[in-house]
Design a binder for this molecule. Structure first.
Ligand code: CO
Length: 219
């Protein structure tokens, strides 16, 4: 068996295993009309705070581009990772979270251990063709008892769920447009990333690529 086939075989076996405690995958939570409304809300945010490829602390840029909505926005440049109350280099606040975002969070957390999750920051990633995200932890927030809530829109993707250490083995979770995913304790600090985006699979008219809306309690 080739390495690639062996890896595909492994991922297939993993797909039938239960997810780690604290990770909730809610496939197809949002119907096509709601997805389209969310995508419109993202486009409106991007009009006020355009997507940019953030720089890394060392050298290089992320292959995904980002923008933010809410009281604070996640940012990265040569000074490192942090939340910024305004759009970097300006005194302009990030666009406020539209009501449909709060509604998405309410639906995503309903019936989970975090029904009153109060997000104050939404980092929106855009994955165009070939974009990916290496394994990392989300640790710039103040309260790790709160989950990260992700809504996927557009192209399907293979999301990677690793362990507590970067070198731990990871498993793949296919996420599609309209899915919600939560990472809360005891899995809040697991390494995770995006291995691959499946170009051309977006069911949303006018969206070629993948948006991930990641809701955080940052402050
Ligand atoms: Co992350």
């Amino acid at each position: 068996m080739t390495d690639r086939a062996a890896q595909a075989d492994l991922f297939e076996k993993q797909a039938s295993q239960p997810l780690p405690e604290g990770i909730w995958h809610r496939p197809g939570l949002f119907d096509p009309l709601f997805q389209a409304d969310l995508a419109h809300a993202v486009a409106e945010i991007a009009r006020q705070a355009p997507f940019t490829h953030p720089r890394m602390k060392g050298k290089g840029v992320f292959s995904a581009s980002i923008t933010n909505s809410g009281a604070a926005g996640w940012w990265s440049d040569e000074r490192g990772y942090r939340y910024e109350p305004t759009q970097p280099g300006t005194t302009t606040p990030w666009p406020a979270m539209p009501p449909i975002f709060s509604e998405a969070v309410r639906r995503a957390t309903d019936g989970t251990p975090w029904p009153r999750f109060a997000s104050d920051a939404c980092l929106i990633n855009f994955y165009g063709p070939g974009a990916k995200m290496g394994l990392h932890q989300d640790k710039d927030e103040r309260d790790f008892s709160q989950p990260i809530v992700t809504v996927s829109l557009g192209d399907a993707a293979d999301f990677l769920i690793g362990g507590a250490k970067r070198a731990d083995p990871s498993r793949v979770l296919r996420v599609e447009s309209g899915d919600a995913m939560l990472m809360g304790p005891p899995s809040r600090m697991l390494f995770h990333g995006v291995r691959k985006v499946f170009a051309g699979t977006s069911p949303i008219a006018g969206l070629a690529g993948r948006y991930s809306l990641t809701f955080r309690k940052a402050l």
